[in-house]
Design a protein around this ligand. Sequence first.
Ligand SMILES: NC(=O)c1ccc[n+]([C@@H]2O[C@H](COP(=O)([O-])OP(=O)(O)OC[C@H]3O[C@@H](n4cnc5c(N)ncnc54)[C@H](O)[C@@H]3O)[C@@H](O)[C@H]2O)c1
Length: 431
Amino acid sequence: MNIAIIGTGYVGLVTGTCFAEVGHSVICVDCDEAKVKLLQGGGIPIFEPGLEEMVKKNVAEGRLNFTASTAEGVEKSDVIFIAVPTPPLEDGAVDLSYIERVARDIANAMTSYKVVVDKSTVPVKTGEKVAETIKRYCKADCEFDVISNPEFLREGFAVEDLMNPDRIVVGTTSEKPKAAMREIYEPFNAPIIFTDINSAELIKHAANSFLAMKISYINAVAAICEATGANVEEVATGIGMDERIGRRFLNASLGFGGSCFPKDLSAFIRISDDLGYDFGLLKKVQEINAEQMDRFLKKITDTLWILKDKTIGVLGLAFKQNTDDVRMSPAIEVCQRLLKEGATLRVHDPKAMEKAKELLPAEGVTYVDDMDSVAEGCDALVVATEWPEFKELNLAKTRDAMTAPLLFDGRNLFDPAEMEQLGFTYKSIGR
Ligand SMILES: NC(=O)c1ccc[n+]([C@@H]2O[C@H](COP(=O)([O-])OP(=O)(O)OC[C@H]3O[C@@H](n4cnc5c(N)ncnc54)[C@H](O)[C@@H]3O)[C@@H](O)[C@H]2O)c1
């Protein structure tokens, strides 16, 4: 199948590469010319495990190409996937201007039948608007179908998830696009669920909101554990072994972040409000998440008292492990709030330091390449991202390098008893 992907970011680049990997001919389009040049020259703009090798292989074998021209992408393809941003507006609604722009660009370039697939996360009924827009702006007399195919990949595991999806959701009731999607996804051996387009769009927002709810739920339970001396990990295991609940997404932490959960949750609340339903449950999920960050920071200020002129080490800047993505990262929020209180920071992240520099002020932050040196001269150390390598931290060296061995673990990476034995004052979440 000849496929165009419009928007070559975390979703578009990985999706396009995986489609090429299974034999499709893919052209990835992006309006960011510098990004396209980088990709054409063999560079990779994001970090995702396994991605670089797969991009190189498929480019070398001629199945994966890059262009800054949407017209070229449309001309060379039968199926066009839209994977552009859908960022939040101030009031929580979704900024759909990127989607509308692409719909117009596709319409202007279209001269024959195309299947236009929305992979971006969009509010229910966006597909109808995209179809109206293409119809309005298309000068050629050609047919098209607009369908929805939401993406469920996890950053940090995107290649793995795309190559082994647990399900493919396709929102369309027309036979022609159904056949195209069957052909595209056939090599992935996953069940395809066909729904109407509105249901497919809703599935994505409902799924992400549910996952966010699970995180806030366990964080609320963690607060109860802290008040009673119970251990949230034992509680999570005890409830998670119930197949109706499941253990995943029941890790207490300083809260969820990233480019998807916060915005998708706000969007779903806003969509529901607009439809006349007050989704109070999800508002509470948001509230618990904000409180969780406050509670974590309070532990630091309650212990250190005054942060002004204190030096604090921060391990982790990415919003989660295995990614360089710092958009809406709780770790970045921790840094910003500690800086605001007058602390200076020594920070480390295995992959996200360059991207963090765009969000953190130049003054007051030292980027440290070696994680074992972060704690040097620090009054406290904070674990803000659950990178597995942080578990290998040289704890004896870290303890001895600090003015006082004080560790705030926002990801429950270490064992409280062991930390105490090593001489740390150790504060984690719900334990
Ligand atoms: N990142 C994730 O984990 C994830 C997972 C599932 C769904 N999604 C959804 O997928 C969509 C894309 O997310 P992302 O994280 O890949 O975003 P991203 O910011 O990483 O990438 C989007 C790309 O689109 C390009 N772009 C913007 N306007 C364009 C235009 N008019 N023509 C061509 N290119 C254009 C940008 O330059 C950028 O490279 C969003 O709706 C997001 O909610 C993201």
